[in-house]
Write a protein that binds this ligand. Structure first.
Ligand code: ZN
Length: 328
């Protein structure tokens, strides 16, 4: 395994914003009293992913209030965040279970872990939201990735946002349902009404740039949703808007490699978005470097999405494969 990248993003002080104003810890809700979308922005679904917490803290400190519709800001897994230690930040991803795999009625009802009870507290806010932006970061250094799911409505919104450069069209994980696929967010376009949901992986967990990426997408999302107009956002959030992406690529996830043991090893220190021209290129091995059955690219013009062995064990996805095309 390559040396872990340095964790340079500071820990945000969330104490002033911890209580929320909804009766649910960490959840803030503001109502313009005017017609408009119900917008939900979530951070800390994983407790070690600090960039979104920085962005929400910034929105709260700036006193951003919706001009139309409602705005809900949720700091999600505070119990995991409380365990954060920059030297072992992966240990703060969750307490008992991954909060981003619990979004089915059965798991929410089960209430048999810290995360399932927390998901049940957060679920009513997600159910009331029209548009969801869920802010995450990644195990490894990488360009930001916007995950739209398979619904064309979310891809259209990604194009409207004009950032980031890389858009991932993926069907989620086999081991549970993500918040961004919860309820009507996961429905086909014809049944989903105005709902939209996007998940942004803002970069490496510890990269200060991930905070700027999270802030920029919040500003773009609030403008696109009609929550506030551009002038009001620029006045409230100076410096948050970054340049538009020079181009956007749609990466359609088709296939993944699932580890068979903690010994899974890649052939190189991949960080994501590596492109392979030919099917059958060896990218890893199941039983350690050069050991056991090789893992190969499944088709020509294949791109690696979020390779990581840090959570590797039997049954865990260590990389997803995507086909690449320009987003017109
Ligand atoms: Zn995450």
């Amino acid at each position: 395994m390559s040396a872990a990248p340095r964790f340079e993003l500071p820990l945000p002080d969330l104490a002033p914003w911890r209580a929320g104003n909804t009766g649910v810890e960490g959840v803030w809700h503001f109502d313009s009293g005017q017609p408009g979308r119900a917008v939900l922005i979530t951070a800390l679904i994983h407790g070690n992913e600090l960039c979104g917490a920085w962005a929400l803290k910034g929105l709260l400190e700036a006193g951003v209030r919706p001009a139309r519709g409602t705005l809900t800001l949720a700091l999600c897994n505070l119990a995991a965040f409380d365990r954060f230690d920059a030297d072992r930040h992966d240990a703060a991803r969750f307490v008992e279970q991954d909060l981003n795999r619990q979004w089915t009625p059965e798991r929410l009802r089960a209430a048999d872990s810290v995360e399932r009870r927390r998901a049940a507290e957060l679920a009513p806010f997600a159910e009331r939201a029209d548009w969801l932006l869920d802010l995450h970061s990644m195990h490894e250094p990488s360009a930001p990735l916007l995950l739209t799911g398979v619904q064309p409505r979310n891809l259209a919104l990604a194009r409207q946002l004009a950032a980031p450069e890389h858009i991932v069209i993926d069907a989620g994980h086999s081991d549970g349902v993500r918040l961004r696929d919860f309820g009507r967010f996961g429905l086909p376009d014809a049944q989903a009404g105005d709902s939209r949901s996007l998940l942004l992986e803002c970069g490496f967990h510890g990269d200060p740039a991930s905070r700027a990426v999270a802030q920029d997408i919040c500003r773009r999302f609030l403008q696109a949703a009609g929550t506030l107009d551009a002038a009001a956002l620029d006045a409230a959030l100076p410096g948050w808007r970054l340049l538009d992406a020079p181009r956007q690529w749609a990466l359609t996830v088709e296939g993944a490699a699932v580890a068979r043991s903690p010994r899974f090893a890649f052939t190189e220190a991949f960080t994501g978005l590596e492109h392979f021209a030919h099917a059958g290129t060896v990218i890893g091995h199941h039983d350690g470097p050069g050991q056991g059955e090789p893992v190969v690219t499944p088709y020509d013009d294949c791109v690696l999405v979020m390779p990581s062995v840090r959570q590797a064990r039997q049954g865990v996805t260590v990389v997803r494969f995507a086909r690449r095309r320009p987003l017109a």
